[in-house]
Design a protein around this ligand. Structure first.
Ligand code: SF4
Length: 303
């Protein structure tokens, strides 16, 4: 995020490649208008940004990856954060959220997005509270009121991200849903189409397997286990199809159980690049922020 409002966008020699990329998908004049409407709405905010964990992922080099026993391709990662579930008071961006995850979600109850345990519990959110919360809400307003402008600005940011990654000889990874659960392969399919296989997409989701069986092969999904029977039945479907599922444990970071319900647990706090995880695992995450006080069963107690 920058502090100055973003400059007006136009096509120039330097982004000729972007013009060619969108050519078969979005009219060029409409695209320019869309980006400039988005910039007006967003001010100094961008749709994508980083986080502590993404910074950590970005700093992992080939030697670290080799030491972890995973493929050593380095990636530049970015993520979009909007108000989770129905916390905006206007829209619901996580239709498969459970009462437990909704109450302690990182997007309202941890780190820079923390509204405080009591506020999160009572669903009292002040989206004007900090620059971070204002930015989450601005993105949401744009997404809901001018989807085309949101799409164009996303394409531009992802293009710039990809070019930066290429310059640094890194892969480019994008996590569309930092604290939401929107199936981009349906809602924003054109963005995925424009970039083909040049981006590694990844997300966590609580959607039933059948809802998200049309993701392209470069869109990696990890199911997100929670406390309800329905969610846990969905987890079984995803596991059966060879996907991993994430579990939040009431444990300190890097001190997770090694096994859960008969399957090995990998440490999901080491980095955020879930697309590098070996299959056949639970992705263990330590409870953070309000999740440490969860009583719903969303965060699993550790003996
Ligand atoms: S589904 Fe995920 S992002 Fe949405 S409220 Fe639950 S934990 Fe948060």
């Amino acid at each position: 995020m920058t502090n100055k409002p973003m400059a007006t966008f136009s096509f120039t020699k330097s982004n000729e490649q972007l013009r060619q990329l969108i050519a078969n998908h979005i009219d060029e004049t409409d695209f320019v208008d869309g980006v400039n409407r988005a910039r007006k709405q967003l001010g100094s905010t961008t749709i994508f940004g980083s986080s502590y964990k993404l910074d950590k992922s970005n700093s992992i080099d080939a030697a670290d990856l080799a030491m972890l026993g995973i493929d050593d391709q380095e990636y530049l990662n970015m993520v979009c954060y909007m108000p989770p579930a129905d916390s905006s008071g206007k829209w619901n961006f996580c239709v498969w959220a459970t009462p437990g995850c909704r109450a302690v979600c990182l997007g309202v109850a941890s780190g820079r997005m923390n509204h405080g345990y009591e506020n999160a519990k009572n669903r009292v959110f002040d989206w004007n509270k900090t620059d971070t919360s204002k930015a989450q809400m601005k993105r949401a307003v744009l997404f809901m009121t001018d989807r085309f402008a949101f799409t164009c600005q996303s394409v531009l940011e992802i293009y710039n991200h990809r070019q930066k990654a290429i310059r640094k000889e890194l892969g480019a990874a994008v996590r569309p849903n930092g604290t939401t659960d929107i199936p981009w392969e349906k809602t924003l399919k054109v963005v995925l189409d424009i970039f083909g296989d040049s981006i590694q997409w990844y997300d966590y989701t609580k959607a039933p397997r059948s809802v998200r069986n049309s993701v392209p092969s470069n869109y990696h999904l990890t199911f997100s286990r929670a406390e309800t029977k329905e969610n846990q039945l969905n987890a079984l479907e995803w596991l059966k199809d060879g996907f991993n599922a994430a579990v939040v444990f009431k444990a300190d970071k890097h001190n997770l159980p090694t096994e859960f319900q008969g399957m090995p647990v990998l440490d999901g706090d080491v980095h955020d690049m879930r697309f590098k995880d070996p299959t056949g695992h639970w992705v263990g995450l330590s409870a953070k922020g309000a999740a440490k006080k969860d009583t719903s069963g969303f965060a699993v107690e550790v003996e």
